[in-house]
Structure formats: C-alpha cells, structure tokens
Design a protein around this ligand. Structure first.
Ligand SMILES: C[S@@+](CC[C@H](N)C(=O)[O-])C[C@H]1O[C@@H](n2cnc3c(N)ncnc32)[C@H](O)[C@@H]1O
Length: 234
C-alpha cells in the first residue's frame, strides 16, 4: 500500500515537472523536443522500446497532427495518462469525452501492457466515427469500447469496479460524473480530471474533490491545461 502511495506521489511530481516544461514551451503539442535551450528546464520525448510501440507512437503523432478542432489533450498530458494507467496496473479504465480518441489511444497503449480495457463515452457521432477508425488503425479495437451518446445518461449503466476514471467532456458535467461514478472507483483508484485551470474548472467539482476527507487530490500542470488527480483513499 505504501509502495502504491509512493508511486503515485512520484508520478505527480513527474507530472508537475512536465507541466513546468510545457509552461516554458506552451506552443509545443507534439513537435520534436526543443531541448533545454533556455537553461531553465529539461524536455523529453516518447521513445519506442520496440516495433509495436514505434507503430503506436506513429499513429499518435499522426492523430496529434490532425487534432485541430478536436480539443484533444496535449501530448504530454496523454503521456501522463499512459504513465498513470501503466504504473498503477489499471485494468478497468473509463473515459468521459473521447473526441477523435487521442487520449484514449495513450490509455490504450498502457492497457496493452496491463491487460486491461477502456470504456470511453462520446456524444458527437462524427467524432465517435473518427475515434473508431483511429482505434482500428492503432490495433486497439479489442481494448477500447466506445459508447456513443450522452454520458450523463450512459454512465449509470456501468457496473464494474473502476481503477481509473478520466474526465474530459463538458466541464459543468464533471460533478454529475463524479457523483455517478465515484461509488464504482476502487479504494486506491484514481479520478483524473482535465482542464482544471482556474479559468476552466467548475468550482462545484473542485469543491467536491478538495473537501471530501475520503479523497486525496493534487493539481498538476496548472499553468497549462491543469489536471486534477484524485485518489480514493483506502
Ligand atoms: C475535450 S474533448 C475530449 C478530448 C479527448 N479526451 C482527447 O484528449 O482526445 C471533449 C469531448 O467530450 C464530448 N462531450 C461533451 N459532452 C458530452 C456528453 N454529455 N457525453 C459524452 N460526450 C460529451 C465532446 O463532444 C468532445 O468530443
């Protein structure tokens, strides 16, 4: 248990460091590493350990280059999600807000290692269609299930225990998603919320995750998109 807590704290520190780098180089969304030219920060880029990962990273690069209007997470937020899923060994991941499937594909990359699965929700049929095509070319059809429709009415149909929940849809809906899905999140499981900067976050959601003694919440990357990482205490 202590090991898991140390692991998550380590990941949050990493996330905060990545956030610092992104804040130094806000225009970067997947381009080559710019290096520590300013002398104030380090940079890192994803490196494939084998051919399978190389192929997946190429698909992710291509998706990122076509992400205009898709509102997808920045590359390093995708990498952070992959780390959280893979390092915690998550087997059942739920995402609300698929768009064309960029963050879901990062999560899928991790799930290939953990042997887990992702259920992701998207209300827009065009985006859902694009996402399905992207999952196919990434070889993730067997790993990711896309549920098309309004997640507010669809998520109550979920019954299985959730290891990691990622919220990235309508910001004013986060509280409703939390209330509906937190009972399913396992003890020690994570709720990760995107767009938690002061400008974007719904104060009702922020209050819910910061005033509940059963939860431990940290915010990372606040100078960029802002990510809330909440652990359901054991
Ligand atoms: C910020 S984008 C998601 C980006 C995606 N997570 C990524 O990084 O690739 C938000 C998505 O949530 C979808 N959305 C908004 N309200 C929704 C709802 N009530 N149910 C399901 N999806 C919703 C939008 O259509 C949009 O595609």
């Amino acid at each position: 248990m202590k090991q898991n807590a140390a692991l998550i704290i380590g990941l949050l520190v990493l996330g905060a460091s990545a956030a610092f780098v992104t804040a130094q180089d806000p225009g970067r969304r997947g381009g080559p590493p710019s290096g520590p030219a300013s002398g104030t920060s380090f940079d890192s880029a994803p490196l494939a350990k084998d051919e399978a990962e190389k192929k997946m990273l190429a698909v992710l690069d291509d998706m990122n280059s076509r992400s205009r209007g898709m509102l997808s997470v920045p590359r390093d937020d995708g990498r952070f999600l992959r780390m959280l899923v893979e390092a915690t060994g998550a087997k059942n991941v739920v995402e609300v807000g698929t768009s064309h499937g960029y963050s879901a594909t990062w999560i899928g990359l991790a799930l290939q290692t953990t042997g887990g699965k992702l259920t992701t929700f998207e209300i827009d049929p065009e985006r859902a269609k694009l996402a399905r095509a992207n999952f196919k070319r990434a070889g993730l059809e067997g790993v990711i299930t896309l549920v098309e429709g309004d997640a507010h009415t669809e998520v109550p149909k979920l019954k299985e225990t959730i290891d990691l929940l990622f919220l990235d849809a309508d910001k004013e809906g986060y509280l409703d998603y939390l209330e509906k899905l937190l009972p399913l999140v396992r003890l020690g499981g994570l709720v990760v919320a995107h767009n938690m900067s002061a400008r974007q976050a719904d104060p009702r959601y922020v209050k819910a995750i910061t005033t509940n003694p059963q939860l431990e919440t940290l915010f990372v990357n606040l100078r960029d998109s802002g990510i809330g990482v909440t652990m359901k205490k054991r």
